[in-house]
Design a protein around this ligand. Structure first.
Ligand SMILES: *[C@@H]1O[C@H](CO)[C@@H](O)[C@H](O)[C@H]1NC(C)=O
Length: 325
């Protein structure tokens, strides 16, 4: 990892957390018997920002910080002791030092959408789609480049028509990309910028599409949750959340129409009984903190949290931890 890469906001967050935990404690946590089910897998790199369960194909799909996508197939008969193996399936040769970050499965079109962005300089953001069976690239759309404001595309959700919504964690805006890959519009709103400067360093991040026609989005460093109603001209409202803070919330996933999981150092289960106008934190889960929880996915009704950081020598081992709330 180059030194300058340390200056991107996400890596600063990683390092702050890492340096706060003494090595001895990390080793003892790593050795301890986990309280919930864990899938370990061998990866080819240290950083894995996003991971989603692909139920139709009995595998996880994972994005590589060094660029590209992999799958982690589950064996028919699970051998409980042995780590799973990551297999690279997408390698974009023109990406240079861009990372692959948030991804979402667009099941009805048998494809996966993934964000590629320049984590180091925040000078490039793109969205690509790949066929889930052949891994052929279906489109590749640049969202921002050198001549634009700094940006950092981070996560993506897809609506019923196949439009994609990509969050910009640097510029706190959302790019809307059509089903064929055309950049359609940019959703901006004054509510996306907190008044306090110290809450602005990590902006819009995790995003999910709710089947009732709206997006739920989190602003990481203010912990604000937004509802963006696509049936009402992309109307933006703050979801009033009670019962706990969502500060430093990262990836999101819908567990049910009334429940959203927010991944983070502490992952939270958030419930809404009024169509996501208000919500409450109804559960928390602290997994293995030093690996930096960044994404969440649902497998067979169970919530799993994936972590950015792999550990181990000579082979890097990553952890996907079941969260119980
Ligand atoms: C990211 O990819 C674009 C498009 O290929 C390229 O122009 C840019 O230099 C890359 N950025 C980095 C940091 O490698």
């Amino acid at each position: 990892m180059s030194l300058s890469r340390l200056f991107s906001p996400k890596f600063i967050a990683f390092i702050v957390v890492l340096s706060a935990i003494p090595l001895g404690i990390i080793i003892s946590i790593e050795r301890a018997q986990p309280a919930t089910h864990v899938y370990h897998y061998h990866g080819n790199g240290w950083f894995r920002e996003c991971l989603k369960w692909d139920s139709a194909n009995n595998r996880f799909i994972v994005s590589f910080a060094e660029g590209g996508l992999g799958v982690i197939p589950l064996p028919k008969k699970e051998d409980l002791g042995a780590p799973l193996e990551e297999v690279a399936v997408v390698k974009e040769l023109n990406l240079g030092r861009n990372s692959s970050l948030g991804l979402t499965i667009d099941r009805s079109r048998n494809r996966v959408l993934v964000v590629h962005a320049d984590m180091l300089g925040n000078r490039y953001s793109a969205l690509a789609a790949y066929d889930l069976s052949t891994w052929n690239r279906l489109f590749f759309t640049q969202l921002a480049g050198l001549s634009d404001e700094k940006s950092f595309a981070d996560d993506v959700a897809v609506d019923a028509e196949g439009n994609a919504y990509v969050t910009d964690v640097r510029g706190s805006q959302i790019w809307k990309v059509g089903v064929e890959g055309k950049l359609l519009s940019v959703i901006r709103n004054p509510l996306f910028t907190p008044k306090e400067w110290y809450k602005t360093f990590l902006g819009l991040n995790g995003i999910v599409y709710h089947p009732d026609g709206f997006l739920i989005v989190i602003h990481t460093s203010s912990g604000t949750l937004f509802k963006i109603d696509l049936t009402k001209g992309e109307e933006v409202k703050i979801i009033k959340v009670e019962g706990g803070s969502l500060f430093m919330g990262d990836g999101l996933e819908l567990l049910s129409p009334t429940k959203v999981v927010v991944a983070g150092g502490v992952s939270r289960l958030v419930e809404s009984l009024d169509g996501w106008n208000t919500a409450s934190v109804v559960g928390t889960f602290s997994g293995i903190k030093h690996r930096i929880a960044t994404a969440t996915t649902v497998k067979d009704g169970k919530v799993y949290i994936s972590h950015a950081l792999g550990m181990g020598y000579p082979r890097k081992k990553h952890a996907i931890v079941e969260a119980t709330f």
